[in-house]
Design a protein around this ligand. Structure first.
Ligand SMILES: [Zn+2]
Ligand SMILES: [Zn+2]
Length: 368
């Protein structure tokens, strides 16, 4: 099977996060047909392993692709369109998985490298808690010294033939904020008999949004206070999002939010409940790896676009917390449309570039 056939088969049969059963079976069958050792991981994922013919087998490089699809009704009129109504590979994860398969298949032929190469076909990138956290919770690389974890993502903002690389901090962490203020509700005219939960929440929201900086986002997008002109409600609810680019800023903002809640409680005599649902950590690329990737790309005739930070989140951040890692963007061109839309159709010509880039980096890091 070639990478295009592999990709189209996944595209026809997309599955939602953590429900990638058919996808998992398909990947295992395809790898086993090539004689590649693999097993299930993180529920519906697959971990493949290739041992090199030389060197210390405890030294490892990990290549990662995500495999889940999205709840979108596909509107592309291609022969391989989704056969699962309401589910679509609209983020290119079918291509990521196909490219990883292509690289493993190619390197398995000779296995003319040092150390051990792992391939993770990771489930559930699109949904908390993120398949990456589940992969790592199983400690699959225990006893290995991991020299690099490498992942790629299709990107319509750059052209086919280009890769986008950002040394250092690259993508944001993403947390959900939920606040509930509770107090004595009642007649709005009897100020001494009530706790002003509405003013308390307004104060809480203003204190929260004052924590914004050029590098961190704290936004409240929804407030519910179901009182009336003359009724103060006994509870007020608000929710928002928080994005940061480093763990320190993230912890600092958590602390400030908590301090603000305590201050609002004191001032208004209410209780303020803060619920933070932790999303993915920020993606921080290893600077050396990023620069080496730039050199490897140039060597392969692949054009490098230097990328800045982007405020989106990716569960690849979990790998970057633990190992030297690199997550780069693979150009598919503007004609591919927007990801997470019903008409996203990334250019398959990019797969050759993605395979070459990944393979080159894997060999470089293994043979170092
Ligand atoms: Zn996505
Ligand atoms: Zn994605």
């Amino acid at each position: 099977m070639n990478v295009i056939e592999f990709r189209r088969e996944l595209h026809r049969h997309p599955e939602l996060s953590f429900e990638e059963h058919r996808t998992q079976r398909f990947i295992i069958d395809a790898l086993e047909a090539e004689g590649i050792t693999c097993r299930a991981i993180a529920g519906t994922g697959v971990l493949a392993m290739l041992e090199g013919r030389r060197g210390n087998l405890q030294r490892a490089v990990v290549l990662r692709a995500d495999i889940d699809a999205l709840p979108i009704v596909e509107q592309n009129a291609v022969e391989y369109r989704s056969q699962h109504e309401g589910i679509m590979h609209a983020c290119g994860h079918d291509m990521h998985a196909a490219m990883l398969y292509g690289v493993l298949k190619e390197l398995n032929r000779e296995r003319n490298f040092e150390g051990t190469l792992f391939g993770i076909f990771q489930p559930g990138e699109e949904l908390n808690p993120g398949g990456a956290s589940m992969v790592l919770a199983e400690n699959p690389f225990e006893g290995y010294s991991v020299a690099a974890v490498i992942g790629q993502h299709v990107d319509a903002r750059i052209d086919v033939g280009q890769v986008g690389i950002c040394p250092g901090v690259f993508m944001a962490s993403n947390d959900e904020l939920r606040f509930t203020v509770r107090g004595r509700g009642g007649h709005a005219a009897r100020r001494s008999d009530i706790d002003d939960s509405v003013s308390a929440m307004a104060d809480m929201v203003l204190r929260t949004t004052s924590l914004n900086t050029p590098d961190s986002v704290v936004s409240v997008g929804r407030i519910i206070a179901e009182g009336a002109t003359n009724v103060i409600p006994s509870s007020v609810y608000a929710e928002g999002t928080m994005r940061t680019f480093d763990a320190e800023a993230r912890e600092r903002i958590y602390r400030h939010i908590d301090d603000n809640a305590r201050a609002v409680e004191q001032r208004y005599g209410v209780s303020v409940d803060v619920d933070i649902s932790r999303g993915y950590p920020s993606v921080v690329n290893d600077v050396m790896l990023a620069y080496e990737a730039m050199i490897m790309a140039a060597d392969e005739g692949i054009e490098v676009v230097e990328f800045g930070r982007i405020p989106m989140a990716e569960d690849f951040g979990y790998y970057t917390e633990r190992y030297p890692s690199l997550f780069y963007r693979l150009g598919v061109g503007a004609a591919s449309g927007g990801s997470h839309t019903a008409t996203f159709l990334p250019d398959e010509a990019a797969m050759d570039v993605g395979c070459r880039m990944m393979q080159r980096m894997a060999l470089h890091m293994l043979n170092k």
